[in-house]
Design a protein around this ligand. Structure first.
Ligand code: MTE
Ligand code: MO
Length: 324
C-alpha cells in the first residue's frame, strides 16, 4: 500500500463517468443526487473488471476500480484542496499542520478493537477489516461546523455492512468510535489538552446502519492520506464534519449514548447529534451559509447538508433545536 501523493489524480468528473451525461432533464438531476440505480451499478461492475483485466493484465486495485454509487452534481474539490486544508487536531491545530505532520501518524501495523454489545468482539487487523468489502466511490459534501465545505470523492464501503459482521446484540443502541492515542508517544496535538484524548465520536445504531453512513479508506481512487484520517475514518455526510472521526482504532457497541469529544469540551456549542441545520446557529456564528473551499461566493447551507430526503425520517418527532 502506498500513501504517496499523486499531484494529478486520475479522475473523471462525475458527468464524464455517468453514461447519461448528455441528458440534463430534471429527472436525471434528481436521480444523480441519490444512489445511482442498483441495476446500472451491477451491470457496470460485471463489465468493467473483465475489461480492465484483458486490457492491462494488472491485478485488481480495489481503490482505482471502485465504482461510483452516489454522486452530487457539484464538482469535487481538487486533490490538493482536500489533502492540504484539514482538521485533524492530533496532528496540529492549523489547517496546514495535518499535511505537514502526516508522516508522524504510525500507520503500520494498524488494528481495530471491536468491543461491547456484539457477538464477535476482538482485535482485528486492518486487512481483516477491509478484506470482505468491495469498495465504492461516493461523492459527498463535507460541511464543517466552522462554516466551510468541500465536495470529496471518497472511497470506502457501507458502515452498516462492516458493523453487521460483528453481530451487534439487541442491547447495541449506540456505537462509539475512538482515534488512536498513545500516552507515551502522543502526536503533536495530543501534548495539549485542547480535547480530552482520545478523540471520541458516536452514533445512534440506526444512524450508523443508514445506507449513507460510509466507512472511508480512500479518496480520488487511492488509499486515504494520513491527514484525511488514514487508514479508516467515518463519513456521515448529513452531520457536521467533527462527527466523521479519523484514524479509528476502536468501535464499541453500547447500550447508552456515548460521550463524544467536542460535546465534552463545549456542550453548549456541540451536541451529540450535530446534524447540519442552517436554522440552529452556533452560539458564536451563523450556520446559515458556508464558504466552499476553492469558490469565491458563499452558498446557502442546506438542512441535513442536502441529504434531508434520505435521512430526515431518522429524527421524526425529535426537537432538532434541542437535540442539536
Ligand atoms: N480524530 C479526529 N477526527 C476528526 C477531527 C480531528 O481533529 N480528529 N476533525 C474533524 C473535523 S472538525 C472535520 S471538519 C473533519 C475534516 O476532515 P478532512 O480533513 O478530511 O476534510 O474531520 C473530523 N474528524
Ligand atoms: Mo469540522
Amino acid at each position: 500500500m502506498s500513501f504517496g501523493f499523486r499531484k494529478k489524480p486520475r479522475f473523471l468528473s462525475p458527468s464524464a463517468r455517468l453514461s447519461e451525461n448528455d441528458v440534463t432533464d430534471e429527472r436525471l438531476f434528481n436521480r444523480r443526487r441519490h444512489f445511482i440505480k442498483a441495476g446500472a451499478a451491477l451491470s457496470m461492475a460485471a463489465y468493467l473488471p473483465q475489461l480492465a483485466l484483458s486490457a492491462t493484465d494488472k491485478p485488481a486495485d480495489k481503490y482505482a476500480d471502485a465504482q461510483t454509487t452516489y454522486s452530487l452534481d457539484d464538482e469535487p474539490n481538487s486533490y490538493d484542496d482536500i489533502t492540504s486544508y484539514n482538521n485533524f487536531y492530533e496532528l496540529g491545530y492549523s489547517k496546514s499542520d495535518p499535511l505537514d505532520n502526516a508522516a508522524l501518524l504510525p500507520l503500520d501495523p494498524w488494528s481495530v478493537e471491536i468491543a461491547g454489545e456484539c457477538a464477535k468482539p476482538g482485535t482485528y487487523t486492518l486487512e481483516d477489516i477491509l478484506k470482505p468489502h468491495d469498495f465504492e466511490e461516493r461523492i459527498y459534501r463535507l460541511r464543517c461546523v466552522e462554516a466551510w465545505s468541500m465536495v470529496v470523492p471518497w472511497i470506502g464501503f457501507s458502515l452498516g455492512d462492516l458493523l453487521k459482521r460483528f453481530e451487534p446484540t439487541s442491547k447495541a443502541k449506540y456505537v462509539a468510535f475512538e482515534t488512536l492515542y498513545d500516552e507515551k508517544k502522543p502526536l503533536p496535538g495530543q501534548r495539549r489538552n485542547v480535547l480530552q484524548w482520545p478523540y471520541r465520536e458516536g452514533l445512534r445504531i440506526d444512524e450508523a446502519m443508514h445506507p449513507l453512513a460510509f466507512m472511508v479508506t480512500g479518496l480520488y481512487g487511492q488509499p486515504l492520506p494520513a491527514q484525511n484520517g488514514a487508514p479508516l475514518r467515518l463519513m456521515v455526510p448529513w452531520k457536521y464534519g467533527f462527527k466523521s472521526i479519523k484514524s479509528i482504532v476502536k468501535i464499541h457497541f453500547m447500550e447508552n449514548e456515548p460521550q463524544t469529544s467536542w460535546n465534552l469540551s463545549a456542550p453548549s456549542e456541540y451536541g451529540f447529534y450535530a446534524n447540519v441545520n442552517p436554522s440552529v446557529n452556533h452560539p458564536r456564528w451563523s450556520q446559515n451559509r458556508e464558504r466552499v473551499i476553492g469558490k469565491f461566493f458563499k452558498q446557502d447551507t442546506l438542512m441535513f447538508n442536502g441529504y434531508a430526503d434520505d435521512v430526515a425520517s431518522l429524527y421524526t418527532g425529535m426537537d432538532l433545536k434541542k437535540y442539536f
